[in-house]
Design a protein around this ligand. Structure first.
Ligand SMILES: [Zn+2]
Length: 248
């Protein structure tokens, strides 16, 4: 099971970078998680658009799903169009990105599936569990369990929730939104997390490795790493384009 970071910027993509986007591969099955702004060029540097088997979208903010549009265009407008791509997202989360083109242009390029928290499902070789986590819009925390039992947990964007420890329980890798290093400004405190929060979650859940992501553009890695390390003693890093994590 392998995770490849396509991008990890929160909000908008910095120069030469991309917003949230992660490729998870197991047994040749390829899941694209959160096709945020500018992730498609990075994906296409690794493989063809037709080589993705499924897409998971945590929530409908464009820094997590805008590049679904060019991904579907690349599949639908090819000389030999790719088969419909299964795209799993919270109900309504894809409405805005799908409105970028006339409905008939991309209708045959995907099949839409609602993520329903609490109901485990199968996705290729993975078991998928989803968790309803607090954000400005409905946000699905994702827990992917591979065939060999390895677990990647991903928060999407979230405020504090007791569900986070269940999401990340004994995970081999917790990929956690950490927009701010120490403290989320008051108005966003119910809907976003800090690196300090992520460290606490990883420690409470017993996660073996913590990858901080969605740092606000311009935020250096060091203060985020230091804040998470205040409570988390496991392997710790920041998600930047090109980082890969192999879970054997
Ligand atoms: Zn968001």
């Amino acid at each position: 099971m392998r995770l490849t970071v396509l991008g990890g910027c929160g909000a908008w993509p910095g120069a030469g970078q991309a917003c949230s986007g992660y490729l998870v591969e197991e047994e040749g099955f390829r899941v694209l998680v959160d096709p945020g702004y500018a992730t498609l060029p990075r994906l296409l540097a690794l493989m063809g658009a037709d080589e993705i088997d499924a897409v998971l979208v945590t929530h409908g903010h464009p820094d997590h799903c805008a590049d679904l549009n060019p991904l579907l265009r690349a599949r639908a407008l090819a000389d030999d169009p790719a088969p419909p791509l299964p795209v799993h997202a919270p109900p309504g989360a894809l409405d805005a990105v799908m409105a970028l083109d006339k409905p008939r242009m991309l209708a045959a390029a995907l099949t839409r599936h609602d993520l329903r928290p609490g109901l485990p499902s199968e996705l290729g070789p993975f078991r998928l569990d989803t968790f309803d986590l607090p954000h400005h819009v409905p946000n699905a925390g994702l827990r992917l369990t591979g065939a060999a039992g390895r677990v990647i947990a991903y928060t999407g964007d979230t405020g504090p929730s007791t569900e986070l420890v269940s999401l990340a329980k004994d995970a081999d890798l917790l990929l956690a939104e950490a927009t701010y290093p120490e403290r989320v400004p008051e108005e966003d405190a119910p809907y976003l997390s800090s690196a300090r929060d992520a460290g606490r979650t990883a420690a409470s859940a017993g996660a073996a490795r913590l990858l901080l992501t969605h740092l606000w553009p311009g935020t250096p890695a060091e203060p985020a790493l230091a804040a998470a390390a205040a409570s988390y003693t496991g392997e710790l890093s920041v998600a930047t384009a090109g980082v890969t994590v192999d879970l054997a």
